[in-house]
Design a protein around this ligand. Structure first.
Ligand code: ADP
Length: 561
């Protein structure tokens, strides 16, 4: 037999090539950042490219070695984007710290990752000081984001204290003529810890290869459809799964970027959208609930830009939100993902074979699912008896595999609770897939309600309740029940000025559910507690209602029996 070998060049996939491409091909594309005083700072891609290489050169000058971790504690802005490419260009690994975590937790994560340097916004120095005792960085590089002068130590820092540099001064004194070092495509470029919604944070380490493949996916028309003509507004924090990987893809294509900085209130985002109209904005549902409410509360004050589409994910996307956006002429691309999946694992698009076969209402319902798997992502639903059929009904654990899906966690032996024996990631999400490949996330394993031996999806109940016009938000939790194991309690936030009672809500959702699936009680609360990435924090709600007493009569609750 004659053997044959590929004739293709063994050139590694590399972020450095995307950086160079952007500098060469798109020098005039723009990066706009909103500063703490709400003014806008503009950089061309040419400026950004030069500054990113200066950062890489400066890090090398400071003695950064291959594989060293450089943490960032920053809002979304141009300098954070410089870190995205400049740190890996110097051979380092960018580690985005989540500024919404408790200071102790941030310190624990920095220590666990053994971060060597820190890049921090001046406005976040007070936060840094709260966890500085937990982990000693060798150097702290301060971005003068607010424009205030950075207090750097003259001469040697005190023993035990990190050296402090001003980011801009560092860039100014970086040696010219930076040269990229050769690297392997599996070398790490960035790391991110899961936000720990359901447990201790775990570190995921992305490679050149995984990041480039994920970026290419983002440009596919059936997925995010990112293109050079786009104006992208990443509201998703750059510390939340790398703002869903979109900044890398935007740079690859030369798309204009508009970063909101620290101003994420609905009114701020709407003002920014008037000044720098985006064509693609990304964020978790919470952000968009607030934005739509502000729009509806002040008719005529703002207009959503023509042609805007939103990418929404990180939590279930209620049909009511998709319909609200449609009323404002905005398209929605709901997707599913995890820090572990780089993160976009699936996205909704209209499969052509279904065009003309579904009514408008059926399309809306389908949009509220989690989309179809992205290219290169394999999915399966694992039931107790093995893989489930794709029939839209059989539910089990969603498991995924692919070249941008993590196969382990930093510093941990791969445990059976997170990875199957045959190497798939166990997502901890309970889902079904229909015959067309659309994924329906029923719940997180930990949020499912086990009632009388049957399961109830809290997500389905929430979506049904949130469709009521008086409801702003709803989270449904399981509470222990002496007879039925658990029963659902709905925690409801009404819209300002609106009223509705439990009976009316129960009647409103009753047609969509079996009687035994309906919540036994509705509690009206001021706000649903949020996690650090803006998701409903059901663990907090369960704590709050831990002492809950169900009425002693047995009611209709329980199981279908
Ligand atoms: P954490 O696990 O700490 O919340 P991630 O941001 O990685 O951090 O969250 C991933 C989880 O978010 C998924 O496992 C899933 O439960 C949830 N999620 C993401 N997208 C969706 C979606 N479209 N529908 C329902 N749940 C989603």
């Amino acid at each position: 037999m004659h053997s044959i070998r590929t004739t293709m060049m063994p050139v590694p996939l590399s972020l450095d090539r995307l950086l160079e491409r952007a500098g060469r091909l798109f020098p005039e594309s723009e990066i706009v950042s909103r500063l703490p005083d709400r003014s806008l700072r503009r950089h061309s891609y040419a400026d950004w490219h030069r500054r990113t290489l200066a950062l890489a050169s400066a890090l090398r000058m400071l003695g950064l070695r291959k594989g060293d971790r450089v943490a960032t504690l920053c809002w979304n802005h141009h300098a954070h984007l410089e870190c995205y490419f400049g740190i890996p260009a110097a051979g380092g690994v960018m580690h985005t710290l989540n500024l919404r975590l408790a200071p102790d937790e941030i310190g624990w994560i920095a220590q666990h990752a053994r971060d060597r340097f820190l890049v921090v916004d001046d406005v976040l120095l007070p936060l840094y000081r709260q966890f500085a005792a937990h982990h000693r960085f060798e150097r702290v590089i301060v971005v003068p984001f607010s424009g205030a002068r950075v207090a750097t130590a003259d001469g040697d820092p005190h023993a035990g204290e990190p050296a402090v540099d001003d980011y801009e001064q560092l860039l100014a004194r970086a040696p010219a003529g930076f040269e990229f070092a050769p690297h392997d495509e599996s070398d790490p470029v960035a790391m991110c810890y899961t936000s720990g919604t359901t447990g201790k944070p775990k570190g995921v380490v992305y490679s050149h290869r995984s990041t480039v493949l994920h970026s290419l996916n983002c440009a596919l028309p059936d997925f995010v459809a990112l293109a050079a003509r786009d104006v992208v507004m990443p509201v998703t924090p750059m510390f939340h799964a790398n703002s869903w990987g979109i900044p890398y893809a935007a740079v690859m294509l030369g798309a204009k970027l508009v970063f909101p900085g620290p101003h994420l209130a609905p009114e701020d985002l709407l003002d920014l959208m008037q000044a720098e109209p985006p064509t693609l904005a990304l964020g978790v549902p919470t952000i968009w609930f607030g934005l739509v409410q502000a729009l509806d509360a002040h008719p005529g004050r703002w207009r959503l830009p023509a042609g805007l589409r939103t990418m929404v994910g990180g939590a279930a996307v209620p049909e009511s939100l998709i319909r609200a956006f449609a009323r404002h002429g905005v398209g929605v691309a709901p997707g599913w993902g995890m820090t572990e999946t780089s993160p976009v694992g699936s996205i909704f698009y209209e499969k052509p074979e279904l065009r003309g076969r579904l009514s408008e209402d059926e399309w809306f319902a389908r949009k509220a699912l989690a989309g179809v798997p992205a290219p290169l992502v394999e999915v399966r639903i694992m039931g107790e008896q093995g893989p489930c059929a794709w029939n839209g009904r059989d539910v089990g654990e969603l498991q995924v595999r692919g070249p941008f899906i993590t196969g382990s966690y930093h510093g941990e032996a791969p445990g059976a609770d997170k990875f199957s024996a045959d190497g798939w990631l166990r997502t901890g999400d309970v889902a079904a897939i229909d015959e067309h490949g659309y994924i329906r996330i029923a719940d997180r394993t930990k949020d499912l309600i086990k009632s009388g031996g049957e399961w109830i999806s809290s997500v389905d109940l929430e979506n049904a309740i949130m469709a009521h016009p008086a409801v702003a938000e709803a989270a449904v939790i399981a509470l222990a029940h002496p007879k039925w194991t658990e029963r659902p309690l709905a925690c409801v936030v009404t819209k300002p000025g609106a009223t509705v009672d439990a009976q009316a809500l129960r009647a409103f959702i009753a047609p969509k559910f079996a009687k035994w699936q309906l919540p036994d009680a509705f509690e009206f609360i001021d706000a649903v507690p949020r996690t650090s990435t803006g998701k409903f924090w059901k663990a907090r709600l369960r704590e709050r209602f831990a002492g809950w007493q169900w009425p002693t009569d047995e009611g209709d609750g329980g199981s279908p029996a």
